[in-house]
Design a protein around this ligand. Structure first.
Ligand code: SF4
Ligand code: SF4
Length: 179
């Protein structure tokens, strides 16, 4: 299910970016056009996005198993209240890896639960979720991973860090290609 930070009082925007369907569609259209214009110079950014996609694919079974052990019995799912959303890097990643874009931002208003939260957890495939939904480990999960086993906390954090770094490099490569 949900793997997002619970920080309802943190500073930040009062609404997510591209929080209506028209704004979401316009943002995706603009990005697609920008990528089309710079396509000849995008090979490095596309390669980095692909590496992040592959590494995330390796991590996905671990994160799913972790969610099954923790989120399925969580009394206060963070997806209902976390102030998270798709950000620019998430959109860029989806476009560069050729993934289908979800139909809308997670929520129109930060007081709403995530629209992709279903009765059995997140309805988005792992690769389509905002990165924060995979990156965040809640206290129950860090405790569980901290007990060791085949996927100890340190290893999972290192793998998450590697994906995060690839995503940062992907964005830098995109900016370099488009300026
Ligand atoms: S177990 Fe943790 S990650 Fe899962 S829903 Fe609850 S708070 Fe969120
Ligand atoms: S996309 Fe929504 S339901 Fe899915 S993990 Fe993220 S916050 Fe939770």
């Amino acid at each position: 299910m949900c793997r997002t930070p619970d920080s309802p009082d943190s500073a930040g925007p009062s609404v997510p970016p591209w929080n209506s369907i028209p704004l979401w569609q316009a943002a995706n259209r603009s990005l697609a056009q920008a990528l089309g214009r710079h396509r000849p110079r995008l090979a490095p950014a596309i390669a980095l996005a692909g590496e992040a996609f592959a590494l995330l694919g390796q991590l996905a079974p671990v994160m799913t198993a972790l969610g099954n052990l923790t989120c399925s019995r969580c009394l206060s799912p963070c997806c209902e209240r976390a102030r998270v959303w798709f950000d620019f890097r998430d959109l860029l990643y989806l476009h560069l890896t050729g993934q289908p874009r979800p139909p809308a931002q997670l929520r129109e208003d930060l007081h709403e639960p995530c629209r992709y939260l279903g009765a059995a957890g997140c309805r988005l495939p792992r690769q389509l979720r905002p990165w924060v939904c995979t990156w965040y480990l809640c206290p129950s999960q860090t405790t569980l991973l901290g007990r060791g086993g085949r996927h100890p906390l340190g290893l999972v954090r290192r793998q998450l860090g590697a994906v995060a770094e690839l995503r940062r490099e992907m964005e830098t490569a995109f900016i370099r290609a488009s300026t």
